[in-house]
Design a protein around this ligand. Structure first.
Ligand code: SF4
Length: 345
């Protein structure tokens, strides 16, 4: 299956390009009202370890990304009961005013939370965020997109159809988003396939997903507990993802959960992006797992596997005139910045 997945990847990627990325995952708050059973990161409101970073602290973290040769940040937090749409619009404008940063922020559960706090529609929330500087959206909070699994894992978080409808709305507004799947906990193999099928169908409609990142559940310090799934299961699931999601341009390995060696092996199982130099990561680290890397090491891992290393292009929202994907010479792209070779097959 790995061989088939790698063959499919190479058929659409004859130059054998494998991308990598430099980013920083800035968790602006760990306060969250959702209480997902698989999460070791969050703290409930009023918990003594709860925090909200100041604007200046966030900007300081952004500036360190530039020092390391990147300009991309992932902003993700808990569902804080007091951080509303005005807070994020102000924060995004402040960051854009002070740095030429690519803001990849707020996954569907956070968007739905902002909508509930303000009474504004999802479309209004997304439009205001785009106007304020949001460039693209992470696909967090997907876990497994079946009602039964979600009700058990995260009963207070958005349901599968809500997650998909936020993504559909984002794509309609020209906002590219990644998609994820967290697997290896209580779900069945059928649930994983249902998840992939839902993503594939939406991608056929919108072509708005820029990448798919499957990652495995890490049980340390979580209420759910249990065992982490094997590297074999991870690689097999990655290969199935490449085969099923033939309309996704990037299938990304997960250094954060799998480490460098398995991420390198993933390139032979259909991944065409090795993952990130993550300057800061707190969500998976809260489970006791930490894998670090640097650009030189990622390039070496890619080249040692017989591929050509290239920085991952950044895709900005098409509504704004900040086209910043000049580094992308993979393929011609459609109006969302996605390679036509991938979306037309
Ligand atoms: S996964 Fe996200 S929404 Fe769920 S408890 Fe953790 S921070 Fe909150």
């Amino acid at each position: 299956m790995g061989y088939a997945a790698c063959e499919l990847m190479l058929r659409k990627n004859p130059k054998r390009v494998i991308s990598y990325h430099v980013t920083r995952n800035i968790n602006y708050t760990n306060v969250c009202v959702s209480g997902c059973r698989f999460c070791a990161f969050f703290r409930p409101p009023d918990h003594p370890e709860g925090y909200v970073l100041t604007d200046a602290e966030i900007l300081e973290k952004v500036s360190q990304v530039f020092v390391q040769g990147g300009r991309h940040i992932l902003l993700q937090g808990g569902l804080h009961p007091d951080l509303d749409i005005d807070y994020f619009c102000h924060l995004f404008k402040y960051l854009k005013h002070n740095a030429d940063v690519h803001i990849h922020a707020l996954s569907p559960p956070e968007i739905i939370h902002l909508s509930a706090l303000s009474g504004l529609s999802i479309k209004e929330i997304l439009s205001r965020l785009i106007e304020s500087g949001l460039d693209s959206m992470p696909g967090g909070g997907a876990e497994i997109l079946t009602p039964k699994v979600r009700l058990s894992l995260s009963p207070h978080k958005c349901q599968a159809d809500e997650w998909l409808s936020v993504m559909a709305c984002a794509h309609e507004l020209g906002l590219l988003a990644s998609a994820t799947m967290m697997f290896g906990h209580i779900e069945s193999l059928k649930d994983r396939i249902t998840h992939l099928d839902l993503l594939r169908s939406l991608q056929d409609e919108t072509a708005g997903f820029s990448a798919f990142i499957p990652w495995s559940y890490q049980p340390g310090n979580t209420a759910l507990g249990g065992e982490a799934t094997s590297a074999t299961d991870y690689l097999r699931t990655l290969a199935v993802s490449r085969i099923m999601l033939d309309n996704f341009s990037i299938i990304q390995a997960s250094i954060v959960t799998q480490g460098l060696k398995i991420a390198q092996l993933a390139l032979k199982f259909g991944a065409n992006d090795i993952g990130e130099v993550m300057l800061e990561e707190n969500v998976v680290r809260a489970t006791g797992i930490e894998h670090k890397s640097n650009i030189k090491e990622l390039v070496r891992l890619i080249e040692d596997t017989g591929f050509c290393a290239q920085p991952r292009p950044l895709f900005s929202c098409r509504q704004r005139a900040t086209a910043d994907d000049s580094s992308n010479d993979h393929q011609p792209t459609n109006n969302l910045g996605i390679s036509q070779a991938w979306t037309s097959n």
